[in-house]
Write a protein that binds this ligand. Structure first.
Ligand SMILES: [Zn+2]
Length: 317
């Protein structure tokens, strides 16, 4: 990715109208695909934002769109703190990726061999994500976090990659969205035990991230309310995805993982890695043991529906 970074760096001195021309390849294409599907930011908009940021144009266009403002601010930070981003590149070049396994192994079943994967350090709108064989990580976000937290965030993504090695295959059914929500709660909840972007303030002040920490902490405190709504959606056969908008499955999942770990222990929590239904069951079991009003216990009706959905989507392949 270095030639890409060099080109972006060179764009600093160019006029805002100048197009940054980057030869496309599979990595960039994949990055643009997920930026578009998750943030609805097209390749052209991406170049527009990044060129404006590096040429000092502070355009307010598109700020009404949910992810646009964050991406704009990330690149404004990148252009004005390029020395920090460069220092992060130097740090990452020397970073021993074998360290990641030691940071995650507490929350991984022992059967998982650390996968041989490729880390791709990119400028992808302040996002980080772990796929089965590769990790994409935004250089500016890592620079804002600071070295130790950047390494911890990479470990969070590494956990996702390791989970993908063992996650059971499931059939796509009409209740796929319920299963998707459970997957997010389990995978993000346990990976957040490794590092939670929404709980710790970054080393360098960056307003959108500080705001995110505030919002996620509040969501964590209200986790039981989210689970109450999830239960209600199950009983009514409604799509539960919107309940967890703004990535609420991160703090809610983290809360659930904490409840399981503090009640049943780390070993029981680790057994649920890649098993979203088991994760929910373990949380419910813990809630019953704790008997605290702040922890929601699923209704019998919701459990019956989950059992039905589980049987539907389970596959032998
Ligand atoms: Zn994650």
């Amino acid at each position: 990715m270095v030639p890409f970074i060099e080109k972006v760096k060179a764009a600093r001195s160019r006029a805002s109208e100048t197009k940054v021309r980057i030869r496309s390849n599979r990595v960039l294409q994949k990055m643009f695909d997920y930026m578009y599907s998750d943030m609805q930011i097209s390749r052209d908009e991406y170049f527009h934002i990044i060129t404006n940021a590096f040429s000092g144009v502070r355009s307010r266009n598109g700020l009404d769109r949910s992810h646009f403002s964050f991406v704009q601010k990330i690149y404004e930070y990148c252009s004005t703190n390029w020395n920090k981003v460069e220092a992060t590149v130097t740090f990452l070049r020397q970073f021993d990726t074998r360290r990641l396994h030691s940071l995650v192994k507490k929350y991984l079943p022992k059967v998982i061999e650390p996968p041989n994967l490729v880390m791709r350090f990119v400028l992808d709108g302040g996002d980080c994500r772990g796929f089965q064989r590769e990790i994409y990580a935004d250089l500016t976000l890592l620079a804002i976090l600071g070295r130790a937290k950047a390494a911890a965030l990479l470990a969070h993504e590494f956990h996702h990659s390791c989970r993908a090695e063992i996650a059971a295959p499931y059939k796509k059914t009409r209740h796929a969205e319920v299963f998707q929500v459970l997957c997010w709660l389990e995978s993000e909840g346990i990976a957040d035990k490794v590092y939670d972007l929404g709980q710790k303030k970054p080393d360098n002040a960056f307003e959108p991230l500080l705001k995110l920490v505030k919002i996620r902490r509040r969501m964590y405190s209200n986790a039981s309310d989210y689970l109450t709504l999830f239960d209600k959606a199950l009983r009514k056969w409604e799509n539960p995805v919107t309940i967890f908008r703004d990535n609420a499955y991160h703090p809610v999942g983290h809360f659930m993982a904490d409840v399981i770990e503090s009640t049943l222990g780390t070993r029981e929590l680790v057994k649920t890695v890649g098993e979203p239904f088991d994760f929910l069951e373990a949380c419910n079991k813990s809630a019953k043991i704790l008997q605290k009003s702040s922890i929601f216990i699923l209704s019998e009706e919701a459990i019956k529906r989950l059992t039905k959905i589980r049987a539907e989507i389970r596959t032998k392949t």
